[in-house]
Each structure stands twice: as structure tokens, then as C-alpha cells.
Design a protein around this ligand. Sequence first.
Ligand code: SF4
Length: 123
Amino acid sequence: MPAEPVLADDDLKKCLLRELERRFGLSYIFIFHDLAAVSCLADRIAVMYLGKIVEVLPTGDLLSGACHPYTRGLLAAVPEPDPRQRYSRQVTVKGEPPNPADPPPGCRFHPRCPEARQICREN
Ligand code: SF4
């Protein structure tokens, strides 16, 4: 067993990316499906659904400031190790995404949105 702490591979990558960003003034665009992972790396997050950006927010506002039901559904899907917190922020996104080549009229998210109203279905 090593005596000193060992950085996880992902932590090492994050440190390297932050160092490159600081030294060379670089910016990155990452495409992730895991909000927990991206929130460790990004300063701002743009959430896309069916090829369209539905919400952009600073990473620090992700947990408390997400407005779009899809963003809140993604957050609810992040595994929560504390069972007392597990159901407190649950927004369920049901169903499968529609065909992007033939998106639904109105809001593209309306077939899966728990808050959809009639106006959301109209063009
Ligand atoms: S379906 Fe309506 S409530 Fe749901 S995200 Fe779209 S516009 Fe908003």
C-alpha cells in the first residue's frame, strides 16, 4: 500500500486541464452526459436537448438555479449517496427522446416534460 495519497485518474486530468487553462489562457468546450463530472470542470454549463440549447447557467448556480425541467431531470438522475437527500429534488423525465430528424411541434421537450401545457405543444 502506498503511504501517500494517490490522485484518481480523473482528478489528475482535471488538474492538468486547469493548469493548461491557467498557463496558456485556453478555453475548452466539453460535451458530457454526466452533470456531476462536468460540474467539476466547467465554469458555465449549457444544457442541450434534441440538438438545441435549453439552458445556460454558471456552474455554481446549477443546483439551486436550474429552471428548465430537463436540467432538473438530469440533476435528479445524478446518484445521491445520502438516502435522506435522494428524493428531495426528484424530477422524473419519462419516455424516450423523439426522432431529432422529425422533432415534435412547439417545445421539443413537451412529450417528456412533467410541466407541459397545451401552449407547449403548439408552434
Ligand atoms: S414543455 Fe413547456 S414547460 Fe416544459 S420545457 Fe417545454 S416550454 Fe417549458
